[in-house]
Design a protein around this ligand. Structure first.
Ligand SMILES: Nc1ncnc2c1ncn2[C@@H]1O[C@H](COP(=O)(O)OP(=O)(O)OP(=O)(O)O)[C@@H](O)[C@H]1O
Ligand SMILES: [Mg+2]
Length: 375
């Protein structure tokens, strides 16, 4: 071997070691989606033993799938195939794979497009997400508990400020009515009685609403739930709502559904309580946000008096003393729920008048257009 050949050999060994010892699972696949290289981390990820005969193609090897697709290796939905056809890398896709022992493992996969002369390959870089998903679930459980306690505190405050005061007032008025009746002042007693009846009726509605708020779950059926909220709001507040729907999905992940529903509910409740609006616009939508990723949007706008400047500056400062000083929970809770989803929440004035609440969140998805192109 001459010097040049030795150099090439050393270089090859160097690159092979680099791939072999990388901590991410690396799999190189050719145009026919045959596996041409797998590093040690990829072999351990799929729990293959050294003497196992590995399937030839990446789809067969990984049996990749996600929540909506039971088989991502089918011709039309194979990510690797999309990468080869487009000649473009794909940054980050989350999916589940099945190991040789039958275990389902969540993974993040990046696809790098690798043209070598006239040939094309792609490199899949796989990272195990089991731990991350576990932590995420733990965090969501904690957040859920926090939101439950926060709602309990708010309910206690609302009941104290509303229903409890109303019952105390009604109790005093009933005593007064009794004494009026004792004195034979029947018409005065009757008019007081009408007043008390109205107060008790309002309290009853308030209590019923509070019980409903405590127990509702939009879950997967977010869109259906939002439509129900809108009907109830129009009935209760007497303010018409114009709903526009641009491709908003019927079904979503239940945790997201619950959080978004609570944010919409609080927005509408604020419109009813504070805005004096004569009209509300609600926009639901979704649109592609890069390969295999979608952005979802809910916007609630009203033409009322608008949020006062001092509240808007609290919003901008991240609510430093919202519950201790002002006893306003609603906007802060909306902000916390949005944070828990990794969503973007914008609370602002609407031009020419009113308030605009905008919520955007993102989710990985299997894009329709790509399926059409490749199918
Ligand atoms: N759509 C709106 N139009 C006008 N003012 C609003 C609107 N939404 C909120 N506000 C103002 O922002 C303040 C804070 O709202 P927030 O929801 O945090 O508290 P709250 O509604 O007063 O009480 P809580 O929600 O805790 O029952 C309100 O008191 C009100 O002044
Ligand atoms: Mg509120």
């Amino acid at each position: 071997m001459n010097r040049e050949q030795v150099d090439i050999q050393e270089e090859l060994a160097y690159y092979r070691a680099l791939l072999q010892h990388a901590s991410d699972g690396l799999i190189v696949v050719d145009e026919q989606r045959r596996i041409v290289f797998m590093n040690q981390a990829a072999i351990s990820l799929i729990e293959a033993r050294p003497d196992d005969v590995l399937p030839e193609t990446c789809g067969e090897l990984l049996r990749c799938h996600n929540d909506t697709e039971s088989n991502l290796s089918l011709e039309a939905v194979c990510f690797g195939r999309c990468v080869l056809q487009r000649g473009q890398s794909l940054d980050y896709v989350e999916m589940n794979i099945q190991t040789h022992t039958g275990k389902i493992v969540p993974v993040a996969v990046s696809y790098s497009y690798i043209p070598v002369g006239k040939k094309q390959y792609f490199l899949m870089s796989l990272r195990n997400l089991t731990e991350k998903r576990h932590l995420e679930q733990e965090r969501r459980k904690k957040d859920e508990l926090f939101f439950t306690l926060q709602e309990r505190e708010r309910l206690a405050r609302d009941l104290h400020d509303g229903v409890v005061q109303d019952i105390a007032y009604s109790h005093m008025q009933l005593k007064l009515i009794q004494s009026l009746l004792d004195q034979g002042r029947v018409s005065e007693a009757r008019s007081k009685l009408e007043e008390v009846t109205a107060v008790i009726h309002d309290s009853f509605l308030e209590l019923r609403r509070a019980l409903y708020d405590l127990t509702f779950h939009a879950g997967k059926q977010l869109k259906h739930f939002i439509h129900k909220l809108v009907v109830e709001f129009q009935h209760r507040a007497g303010i018409p709502v114009e709903v526009s729907d641009f491709d908003f999905p019927d079904i979503c992940d239940p945790y997201t559904g619950d959080q978004v529903a609570k944010i919409v509910q609080e927005s509408l409740s604020n419109v009813r309580k504070h805005s004096g609006a004569s009209k509300v616009w609600m926009t639901l939508g979704s649109r592609p946000a890069g390969p295999f990723r979608r952005q979802y949007t809910v916007i609630v706008e009203d033409d009322g008096v608008g949020i006062p400047e001092e509240v808007l500056s609290q919003v901008a400062d991240g609510f430093p003393d919202a519950d201790t000083v002002t006893r306003h929970f609603g906007l802060k809770a909306m902000h916390q729920r949005a944070q828990s989803l990794g969503a973007i929440l914008r609370i602002a004035r609407r031009e020419p008048r009113g308030t605009r609440i905008e919520l955007h969140w993102f989710q990985d998805t299997q894009e329709e257009p790509i399926r059409q192109q490749t199918g």
